[in-house]
Ligand binder design. Structure first.
Ligand code: GLN
Length: 491
């Protein structure tokens, strides 16, 4: 028999009311992890002592009759590229296998301030490069809906932790889709915020002009609450928006969508979608019409160049960001007794996996003298064209919709030998990072193997409140929230 589903906000209320202690909740969380994670392999490491210290603080505050901060006591899983002081940040790479973070990321400070117990660090594609979590140097995380399939990536561990009920909320990072795509493949919700709304301080850099720390949850209300906790200006991140509008993301969820103008991106409906994905998106379009929104096709002619432009810009930035892993200052060092050149070579050859090496080489090539204008310069121009496409679309429509991923979860090993096939699975998510706009993935149905399908909603810069409300209306209308695979319904 399945237990009634408790959302993160409801759990938090029970803790505040003294109906359950935060320590008891944590005991249950760790026993669920013990039961499930041998199979799912969402976690690289658990941080029990730190989590219990936070939970104890929550319980003391409740005893003292104090009002708790938002989401206090609700256990959370953190992607292993976000720093927690004194805990390893491995980025699922051999080169950082034993690297201990010397400081907290700004988001970690926000979680601590809110007394949200961090239960562990989650598996990912090495340095967040991938769409399946198969590029981890450690484990292959499984999709809770079918353990023969990938959870998506690169934040596959954080997505699988939530989808399997090990935690109700988690954080990942999204550079080209790494939160929205695993949310889609795992049947949960994920939001990539406007670039600059969430601090990147203490997030290990992959492609700095695209990276954003991004939340996962089981439903839109919990997601809005977690986003409220982490979104804030930060002087430690020079790209942080220093004076964002003051918005209560949870207060606006109930506003109706009647009268909204929504554009569905014609190119993404033609992007070789799995037929059931296309059908589910078409049904979602109808759902919005039924709710009183006006939905029409819109063309973004340049998004077909997004993948090509992204794989130049992201690899160029990665080749420069990853130059710091040279065996001298961070992590692994090989052949310490040889000259420095041999030490560099041996360290990087052993420390980086194939995909990371491929990207460093691609990026170094496109930045090299003689090729810079032809590749990097041109990719930047294409990026501007894509931004212009979105601006034009948002002058006619409030929000846009389309698929998150062209397919549902694929089999482990199915695409791992063909990098281009893997890159193509990001066609619908990458344009968002190039434009710096926010987008959310929410469940919108299942394929005929009962694998979840994700709907993506896109908004103009800083439109998160409206985007969350548009998602919330769909979730309320369809009841597609808090989805959990049958086999895991009792945990
Ligand atoms: N799948 C994309 C890539 O491999 C996006 C990764 C991400 O968002 N971190 O680069």
């Amino acid at each position: 028999m399945s237990k009634p589903f408790l959302s993160a906000l409801e759990l938090h209320q029970q803790i505040q009311a003294g109906e359950r202690s935060a320590v008891e909740v944590l005991d249950e969380t760790f026993s669920t992890i013990e039961k499930l994670d041998g199979q799912i392999q969402a976690f690289n490491a658990l941080t029990k002592d730190i989590a219990y210290a936070t939970a104890n603080q929550v319980d003391q505050k409740v005893k003292a009759g104090e009002t708790l901060p938002l989401l206090a006591g609700v256990p959370l899983a953190l992607k292993d590229n976000i720093h927690m002081e004194g805990v390893k940040t491995t980025c699922s790479s051999k080169i950082l296998q034993d690297y201990v973070a010397p400081f907290n990321a700004t988001v970690t400070n926000h979680l601590n301030r809110h007394l949200i117990p961090i239960v562990g660090k989650t598996n990912m594609d090495e340095f967040a490069m991938g769409s399946s979590t198969e590029n981890s140097a450690f484990n292959k995380t499984k999709n809770p809906w079918d353990v023969a399939r990938v959870p998506g990536g690169s934040s596959g561990g954080s997505a699988a932790a939530v989808a399997s009920g090990q935690t109700l909320i988690s954080l990942g990072s999204d550079t080209g889709g790494s939160v929205r795509q695993p949310a889609s493949l795992c049947g949960i919700v994920g939001l990539k915020p406007t670039y600059g709304l969430v601090s990147r301080y203490g997030l290990v850099a992959f492609a700095s002009s695209l990276d954003q720390i991004s939340p996962f949850a089981m439903n839109v209300s919990d997601l809005a609450a977690l986003f409220q906790v982490i979104a804030s200006p930060d002087t430690m991140d020079s790209t942080s928006i220093q004076d964002p509008p003051q918005v209560d993301y949870m207060a606006e969820l109930n506003k109706p969508v009647e009268g909204l103008k929504i554009g569905y991106i014609a190119e993404l409906l033609d992007a070789g979608l799995q037929p059931e994905v296309k059908a589910a998106i078409e049904k979602a379009i109808q759902t919005y019409r039924d709710m009183g929104a006006m939905v029409e096709a819109v063309s973004l002619p340049n998004i077909k160049y997004a993948i090509a432009s992204y794989y130049i810009i992201a690899t160029a930035e990665a080749s420069s960001n990853l130059a710091r892993y040279d065996g001298v200052r961070y992590g692994l060092r090989e052949m310490d007794d040889k000259d420095i050149y041999q030490m560099y070579l041996a360290t990087r050859a052993k420390g980086f996996g194939n995909e990371v090496k491929r990207r460093i080489m691609l990026g170094t090539f496109s930045l090299s003298s003689g090729y810079y204008d032809a590749y990097y310069g041109k990719a930047q121009k294409v990026r501007q064209l894509i931004r212009n496409d979105f601006s034009k679309a948002f002058s006619q429509f409030d929000f846009l919709i389309g698929p998150t991923s062209p397919t549902t979860a694929f089999k482990i090993g199915e695409k791992s030998s063909d990098p281009v096939q893997m890159y193509l699975s990001d066609i619908a998510t990458i344009p968002v990072n190039l434009a710096g706009i926010p987008a959310i993935s929410i469940p919108c149905g299942f394929d005929n193997q009962h694998l979840p399908i994700g709907l993506q909603l896109f908004g103009p810069h800083l439109s998160e409140a409206g985007l969350l409300r548009t998602a919330y209306a769909f979730e309320t209308q369809t009841g597609l929230k808090n989805l959990r695979p049958e086999a895991l319904a009792t945990v």
